[in-house]
Design a protein around this ligand. Sequence first.
Ligand code: LLP
Length: 422
Amino acid sequence: MHEFRYKGNYLYCENAKVSDLARRFGTPLYVYSYQTLISHYLKIKSAFRPIQPLICYSVKANSNLAILKALVNKGAGLDIVSGGELFRALKAGCPPERIVYASVGKTNGEIEDAIRQKILFFNVESLAELENINRIAKKLNKIVNVAIRINPDVEPKTHKFITTGKITNKFGIDFNTAYKILLIQNKFANLDICGLHIHIGSQITESSPYVAAINKVIGFIVKLKKRGMHLEYLNIGGGLGIIYNQEAPQTAEKFAQSVLPLLKETKLKIIMEPGRFIVGNAGILVAKVLYVKSTPKKKFIIVDTGMNDLIRPALYEAYHQILPLRLTEGAKKTEKADVVGPICESADCFAKSRNLPCVKEGDYLAIMSAGAYGFSMSSNYNSRRRAEEVLVIKNKVSVIRKRETHADLIRNETIPHFHEGL
Ligand code: LLP
């Protein structure tokens, strides 16, 4: 599943001993495994080989340039959602014709930049946005490719915060409205409506929601064909779940077995936007135990990383496995404890009443499966410097983002001239 394994008593990332990395680079530290990253990309690629989809890795999951570059080098495209992500995608050397752009709130400036860069297409999320892109394309004297993001109204059976394909969600356009738009597409003289897009949610562990959504889309495509309307692309989004704890998510193979026959039936070029599946288990967050504190009711293991580095447990009550970097005799015994960070919020907690190895001050812990939506959702809350990130390739280690300095924290701040009496 991934390249983080114990060899003897020590946790390794590929051929690098993680405790050595923690000592060398300090903590909190994100450690990524190149082999794990690439093998997950290749798992999807080979499972879907019969239809050769364009796999546009979802930049939001982990937007570090080194991660993007590694995937782009293997032929991946990128799924972006902002001007900042476009900037990163281009910096990583992604050919624009492999970039797709979703988001319910693209600004005029962002749209203009993406048009000038000639990305493959926009995933358009409302009629107002469609009109706006048409207007901007006209101003620039360009014909712009767009796909309509459909909200297929299916239940993806995942956390409500990461459900995106139900009709009550802000994302996409319902089938009726999309049909009306397509009937009047000639009105959008500077647009080529070349595809449909769906993305129904994230951390989806079974194929049935996808099958339901794709079947609905196929019905829609048939209806369009009857009116003489033909499309080129179907973008089925991302959302494939991974193992955090006891889940048994579908493998790429199983997923392909369920959806390939349907996708072939569309005869369209297929695009996919996986994020978590590719990078989720390719990264861990390493922390040091600062204190062990017993209260009349509980035991707390206080670590030097917090919700500013990894917000998933605080935000979604997400489960992340926590493992010691060294299996000492003490670490083989367990005790019930909460693992908490130093931040002034009770939500700053990585595990609640969990059976954990007995640890002491100075020991290191790994918070597993932190490669996706870890660093990319991190912040400077409590004026904490964001963590260092390193990438391991076999036994070679590269710093791919330096730890921030205190100067970085105030880089864009200025103190106005305060007049007497103010
Ligand atoms: N495509 C679109 C249009 C998306 O909005 C997303 C994720 C993806 C693709 C990639 O989804 P993935 O394959 O990674 O599931 N912060 C949350 C997840 C939010 C997902 C947002 N959209 C978490 O930590 O669980």
